[in-house]
Design a protein around this ligand. Structure first.
Ligand code: ADP
Length: 544
């Protein structure tokens, strides 16, 4: 017997309709590339997203056609999120930190017909335009008079976004779409081989938006002012552009100004209560807070994800500044949130050290995400908080295949292998020990590079730390610690190695420490271990 409930497709357009109707005057504040602050509202975003949809109709874009974006977090990008997907086209966000060759490759692979870009990225556009024959329209996210003459010369037919919207009516009925249609796409960073395209659907996006807003995940409400530091060009800023409309919170977008001082000022001025970003961003903000001797006035919680949050960072936010930290894990292949570390009542009674041991894990699965941990043969490992294996995931916002990769689907019996090495505890808290390619294999056993990095980060002289596998004749691989010192700090290799005593098994302690000026970071703010390893490995370093 079927239920007698109505059947409605879950559509992205319904999110902006909801926000415009019930939170129409709630502000969306953006720092623009020009440096000034711009203010709009959900009602105005809906209006302009509809104008955009009409302009795309005029361009002759069909359902399913791709519109690429190379843009920071800002209101025009936000309008594209809704105008493109809402009208049945696919929003393809591109990561501008990738090499231009890779960006051109991705645009061609995705078959983008329109490409909208912030003025900051004009040099990239000039370099790649001639190599992207499928792009029919180049749209600069600015006023017509802001477009430099050389851009018009280099990219014939380039148009400004404001020109494109001007004169379009905002009378537009969002199409009724099948919720399983593609709504947006994002390519993985391609640290291993060519980037691979992930194609999200309306259904997966709306379900994820609900889940991400839950109290034990991001915990956002209409009373919040939310600042996604995490970029809208990578995995849809962890779904915040959608969850914010779903709850109707104020949205504050930092544009290109991601340094600690600019973030602090914007958060302070706009009364930001909640922000989300990767650990490298928080290092900058924490330094600024230290300098100012206070936190941005209304900030009360942050989500940290993308890379492991060190205990020292969590403790500084919480104990020094009274800002609650929620650690979270996810990936491009899954919209992206998979787990979030909300404590249970029983954890609140634990002594601080044991509570922190829970907080450094990436947390428990969100309803909608199933997890398993398996050994090399695919057999399930116990959830004992100690057995390390690969994490597999399954659920309605997890990818079933890459977009036209020419390879068979990576799924194993319906489960997506994440490539992350984890332990899971009896309560289901997942602890990421490493990516499988970064784990250090010493004498047949695994050493977690993340764990070693987190310990080093707790040392007062360490600004940033990375741990990489070095080839070793007897043990195959041994850990080498690479450290950037804090300005003016003094510390020796042996002092740092002594710092590990009693914190990990003896054989986990790195063999040596290398001090460097900078650690290479990838396009999503993560340490580029491959690059670091090649920089460090000289033939002489293969120990005996
Ligand atoms: P890429 O960085 O290759 O573009 P993603 O942005 O999709 O890929 O990153 C996903 C990966 O980032 C995960 O598979 C995991 O290795 C890592 N990651 C994400 N969140 C965390 C976290 N909180 N702690 C440790 N690693 C994390």
């Amino acid at each position: 017997m079927n239920g007698l409930m109505q059947q409605h497709d879950l559509l992205i357009s319904s999110l902006i309709e909801f926000a415009a109707r019930y939170h129409g005057d709630t502000e969306i504040v953006s720092r623009r590339v020009e440096g000034d602050i711009h203010r709009t509202t959900y009602a105005q975003v809906r209006s302009r997203a509809k104008q955009l949809a009409r302009a795309l109709d005029d361009f002759g874009l069909e359902r399913g056609d791709r519109v690429g974006t190379l843009a920071w977090n800002g209101y025009r990008h936000y309008e594209l999120y809704y105008g493109v997907s809402g009208s049945g086209r696919v929003l393809h966000t591109l990561n501008p930190r990738l090499h231009p060759d890779q960006i051109a490759w991705i645009i061609n692979h995705a078959g983008d017909r329109v490409l909208a870009f912030d003025m900051t990225f004009t040099p990239i556009i000039q370099a790649i335009a001639a190599r992207c024959p499928k792009v029919e329209r180049w749209v600069a996210l600015c006023e017509a008079q802001q477009m430099p003459a050389e851009l018009r010369q280099a990219v014939p037919g380039v148009q400004s976004y404001e020109e494109m919207l001007a004169g379009q009516s905002d009378e537009y009925a969002w199409p009724s779409l099948d919720e399983n249609l593609a709504s947006s796409m994002c390519y993985t960073s391609g640290t291993t081989g060519n980037p691979k395209g992930v194609l999200y659907s309306h259904r997966s996006t709306v379900l994820h938006a609900y889940a991400a807003a839950l109290p034990d995940v991001m915990d956002v409400s209409a009373r919040d002012a939310v600042l996604p530091v995490v970029p809208m060009f990578h995995v849809n800023a962890w779904g915040i552009p959608y969850s914010s409309a779903l709850v109707g919170c104020k949205l504050v977008m930092p544009g290109p100004a991601l340094d600690g001082a600019s973030l602090f000022r914007l958060m302070d001025d706009e009364g930001v209560t909640f922000a989300a970003g990767v650990p490298t961003i928080w290092l900058g903000l924490l330094n600024q807070m230290q300098e100012e001797g206070r936190k941005p006035r209304a900030l009360n919680r942050v989500v940290i994800g993308g890379s492991a949050a060190p205990a020292s960072m969590i403790a500084t936010f919480q104990d020094r500044w009274g800002v609650k930290v929620r650690h979270a894990w996810g990936m491009t292949e899954m919209s992206p949130l998979g787990t979030a570390c909300a404590l249970k009542n029983k954890h609140l009674e634990l002594p601080p050290e044991q509570r922190m041991a829970v907080q450094v894990t990436q947390g428990r699965p969100i309803f909608g995400v199933d997890v398993r941990v398996v050994d090399g043969q695919g057999a399930d490992l116990p959830w004992d908080g100690a057995s390390m294996g690969e994490l597999l995931v399954k659920g309605p916002w997890i990818m079933s295949d890459y977009y036209e990769s020419g390879q068979p689907s990576p799924l194993r019996d319906g489960w997506f292998p994440t490539g992350d090495v984890v332990t899971i505890d009896p309560d289901g808290y997942v602890h990421i020990m490493d990516r499988s390619k970064d784990v250090i294999k010493s004498g047949g056993e695994w050493i977690s590079s993340i764990e070693l990095e987190n310990i080093a980060m707790a040392h007062p002289a360490v600004a940033m730390a990375a741990c990489v596998a070095m080839p070793h004749a007897k043990w195959d691989e041994r850990p080498l610690l690479v450290v950037v010192k804090r300005p003016g700090a003094q510390v020796t290799a042996s002092e740092l190695l002594a710092f590990y005593e009693g914190k990990v098994a003896k054989w986990w302690i790195p063999d040596d420490v290398r001090f460097v000026d900078a650690i290479p970071l990838g396009a999503t703010g993560k340490i580029l271990k491959n690059k670091l390893r090649t920089q460090l490995i000289e033939p002489a370093s293969a120990g005996a």
